[in-house]
Ligand binder design. Structure first.
Ligand SMILES: NC(=O)c1ccc[n+]([C@@H]2O[C@H](COP(=O)([O-])OP(=O)(O)OC[C@H]3O[C@@H](n4cnc5c(N)ncnc54)[C@H](O)[C@@H]3O)[C@@H](O)[C@H]2O)c1
Length: 417
């Protein structure tokens, strides 16, 4: 939801110690031996990103040789037993070459999830999320790689209507022609492609075993997309208000729980586990339904700000988000900024979308560990880059807000005159 270009985490070269400790936080519930026996070399697309890199660390710590494949180098130090290969997931030859000797692929590369990325050209998002997935599946077939795990998203079923305790069987994919963002639509296509490829016969007689994991928003130490953006918005006083119904709920997942889910899925695609996960989707999260403003409350406290008590009408926030999206598009050629919230992000905060994780618990043995957002915040505050003053954004937003408040009155007086 919330990336900010200025909020990059610094590497060791810049003075901040890199972090690979999520690996040790993650519980494998006794499946560690099975993982090592089945996996000697794994490739992670998107291995330079937050989740892909930390998954790589976890695999390497279990003794698996790891290829981190990404178009961008990770910000952190490459762990022992891992190598980084720079390449584009849409480039068939590059993916094919990188997959030499690989027996399990984790496909986590994606584009267009949040903030200004979400407003990028449809073709770019589609070519990566759909085209890239097609390439990954083709390469698995050509290389006879028998396991493919796709990092999908709850967005593949969330089209703007309430989902309460949704599960894998009863909640359908969003209709692709329905007006949602390109990211969700393309993730839904990729999710179906990966599940559709399950059972493909490979050279040598094996079958391709695939599964998809559908997490909600990811958080954890050194996370880049959500926490830094929320912190920035609190500091700019752009989140000094609440909106929406306090009963609106959503899920989140800590990076360690996400890693746990992926490692367990890799084991559940083997004969040791009777291929139980083959062709299956799974919702995974921390096991709690939370209201967004309640969930981020520790941030206000840690930053020394008052918790928001002003409740803004929803239409105002949606209008502001629309205005900022247009401003972003208009100004993009000369100046790029991340809207404090996009329309899609506002919508996600207004509508309940919660999921059950029973299937992942039962079939994968997924038991999320309890994490506190406050711990993530402490880590972020210790390592964050210096705050950039963007108070002018606040001024634009507030001016626009005041302007919008008068619109209904002007409208009413015009229709009554
Ligand atoms: N972050 C979240 O809150 C969230 C929520 C649900 C699902 N997911 C999914 O989890 C996965 C990992 O998310 P993340 O938060 O680590 O994102 P991230 O942006 O940190 O990582 C994605 C990586 O994919 C790489 N990538 C993009 N296009 C590529 C291309 N053409 N070729 C090669 N690499 C490319 C990027 O460089 C980046 O390093 C993604 O598939 C995302 O859709 C994320």
């Amino acid at each position: 939801m919330f990336p900010s270009p200025g909020d990059a985490i610094r590497t060791r070269a810049n003075g901040v110690v890199p972090h690979c400790s999520q690996a040790s936080d993650c519980r494998l519930n006794g499946h560690s031996g099975l993982l090592c026996r089945s996996t000697s070399k794994a490739l992670i697309t998107g291995g330079g990103g937050y989740f892909g890199y930390h998954l790589g660390c976890a695999l390497a710590s279990q003794g698996v040789r790891v290829i981190l494949f990404d178009r961008h180098k990770p910000r952190w130090e490459i762990p022992n037993k891992a190598v980084f290969i720079q390449g584009d997931v849409r480039d068939h030859d590059a993916v094919f070459k990188a997959c030499e000797g690989v027996d399990c692929v984790f496909h986590a590369a994606s584009y267009g999830m949040c903030g200004s990325e979400q407003l990028e050209k449809e073709e770019e998002i589609e070519s990566i999320n759909v085209g890239g997935t097609k390439v990954v599946i083709e390469v698995c077939k050509k290389r006879s790689i028998s396991r493919l795990i796709y990092t999908s998203s709850v967005n593949v079923v969330f089209g703007g209507t309430d989902i309460e305790d949704g599960d894998e069987e009863t909640v359908p994919y969003i209709l692709l022609e329905k007006e949602v963002d390109h990211y969700s639509r393309t993730k839904a296509i990729a999710d179906q492609m990966v599940l559709g490829a399950n059972g493909t016969l490979l050279k040598g007689g094996d079958k391709l075993q695939t599964c998809v994991l559908r997490p909600p928003g990811i958080y954890g130490p050194e996370e880049q997309k959500h926490i830094p953006r929320v912190v920035g918005n609190i500091q700019r006083r752009l989140l000094s208000f609440k909106f929406g119904d306090p009963n609106t709920l959503m899920n989140w997942i800590h990076i360690s729980n996400l890693i746990q889910g992926h490692l367990l899925a890799a084991v559940a695609l083997t004969a040791d586990k009777d291929y139980i996960a083959s062709g299956q989707p799974y919702y995974i999260h921390d096991g709690e339904n939370v209201n967004f403003f309640e969930w981020i409350a520790p941030l206000y406290e840690k930053l020394g700000f008052q918790k928001p008590w002003i409740h803004l009408p929803t239409y105002l926030v949606l209008m502001a988000a629309t205005f900022l999206e247009y401003a972003h598009l208009l100004l993009k050629p000369v100046f790029s900024f991340t809207p404090f919230l996009t329309k899609r992000e506002v919508m996600k905060l207004l509508i309940t979308h919660t999921f059950r994780i029973d299937k992942a618990q039962k079939e994968l043995g997924f038991y999320p560990k309890k994490f506190m957002l406050a711990e993530t915040v402490d880590h972020y505050l210790k390592t964050r880059p210096k705050h950039q003053d963007q108070s002018w954004l606040t001024i634009i937003f507030l001016t626009f807000g005041v302007f919008c408040m008068f619109i209904p009155f002007v409208f009413l007086s015009l229709t009554h005159s």
